[in-house]
Design a protein around this ligand. Sequence first.
Ligand code: 5RP
Length: 219
Amino acid sequence: MTQDELKKAVGWAALDYVTPGTIVGVGTGSTAAHFIDALGSIKHQIDGAVSSSEASTLKLKSLGIPVYDLNEVDALAVYVDGADEINPQMQMIKGGGAALTREKIIAAVAEKFICIADISKQVDVLGGFPLPVEVIPMARSYVARELVKLGGLPEYRQQVVTDNGNIILDVHNLSIVNPAELERAINALPGVVTVGLFAARGADVALIGGPNGVTTITQ
Ligand SMILES: O=C(CO)[C@H](O)[C@H](O)COP(=O)(O)O
């Protein structure tokens, strides 16, 4: 199976976690895009979605799924999204698609985070994938210097402006042995909007697509 077929398999498997008559939290990226296609097939059974990016909003609307502002929604049963890496503790690196801040906000609201990923995203230790950090533009150089002090090699993601009007620094050379501590340390830097480490709030369920089908991992 190709990587995209594995992504499709987990995207459709995530429908099992969608309760009819609810509003669904929807992530961003190529795996989440398969989930949105799946959601389109049951659009008359759900009330709508909240979306973590302009790209996902466009796709949801193109399929006729109503998209709500998060401020209009009191509670979300599930948030379904991909990941760039996931470790055995269900902590993740996210933000390869630059949507990390909205993703983290919706994940905080949702009762359950369902991570959908192909098997290449499973790692023992996070950090092989460069860690995305969303930064207010004027703080770019300062935050980059502070990230170097934390042991990383930050790289400015050229030509990328987030949906919130900010820039992304991708931090290489990190072996993240204490994800929760690093998440706190980076989030505390003035000018950082969000780090793409989802450690304090990891996934509750991971659906991992591999050659033998979809494996479900729960906390
Ligand atoms: O965090 C994300 C976007 O900001 C994505 O979930 C992550 O980059 C995985 O993407 P894909 O499903 O395309 O492999």
